[in-house]
Write a protein that binds this ligand. Sequence first.
Ligand code: GMT
Length: 382
Amino acid sequence: MRIGIVCYPTYGGSGVVATELGKALAKEGHHVHFITYSQPTRLDFFSEFLYYHEVNVKTYPLFDYPPYELALASKMVDVVEHEKLDILHVHYAIPHASAAFMAKQILQTKGITIPVITTLHGTDITLVGKDATYAPVVTFSINASDGVTAVSEDLKQDTLDHFDINREIRVIPNFVDIDRFKKQKKDHFKTAICPNGEKLIVHTSNFRKVKRVQDVLDVFNRVRKIVPSKLLLVGDGPERYQMEELCRNCGTCDDVRFLGKLEAVEEVLSVADLFLMTSEKESFGLAALEAMACEVPVISTNAGGLPELNVDGVSGFVCDVGDTKTMAEKAIHILDNANLQKYKEGALNRAKEFEVSNILPMYEKYYTETLEASKLVSTIGK
Ligand code: GMT
């Protein structure tokens, strides 16, 4: 199949999922064309089946807001036409689904039918999409897509509850590449960070408000009173500065390290004992899955799709949003040497259920079904 993938190229989970999906499809021999405004972060290897098309936005003094959506739609038209794509798969509804709708209409006038699949990732629905600024366009472009997927049952339900949706939404969960995300031998790194045998707690995120990163610090401060530990914070974003201030105020700077945006996050996860995800909203929690694949148990909130991933009492624990006291109690329980191995195994076994080889066929099947349905519709229309 010749597939166009549209995504955000940045560190966000939707871009990561889109890129990893493209890479996995290319390994299966599909031709995958990425269409985005810069090279996706994880598009880090050469394959004869992978292509990258950059969207250039021309600015003009009149524009306070350069029209990215138009440039993207025009690029989609160009790539579909010249690369003879079979299907377009857009990740994150805003503005990708509406740009794809426009491209589809333009291509129709040229006698080309291109089915569009939209994958909903989370904040495109739960935060940004619900806002009246975008809601009518999001509703329209979800309904106008030929196929729609959501990364969890919870996100599907949230979409149905908040938008007037008149079509099926297929749940296809996120996945992990176990060949990349696996526990590696990095003992020297662990010794450098935890010279006195401390336990290592890790959090990864884009440090937005929705992640409640202050709760991570609160949990850590409670845990370190009982279990000697260190905290590594991976990623960057708006709340990082405030977190640094908080660490200084609590006097924990020596035990907390900010690592910024790391490419090889699996190396850090390889030496971690516990992963914290304290989010207020989380449609899936890809970062938690990647941790689990590296044998790291997870303490997460019960927000959104997290309970569909993190099995309470098996791969870690699931707690109420903001209940840092319980999170700390569960963390202390997991970090006890008598318990740790059991939860590490539980985390790995759960992660294996989301292995890319289990999830990729779901997308391939959905592509085939959507393509067939769209051919049928265009034949009936003639
Ligand atoms: O978490 C973020 O803020 C990034 C965001 C995105 O759209 O890039 O992540 C969302 O999509 C990920 C991949 O499907 C999910 O694993 C995250 O749970 C989801 N984030 C939220 O729902 C807050």
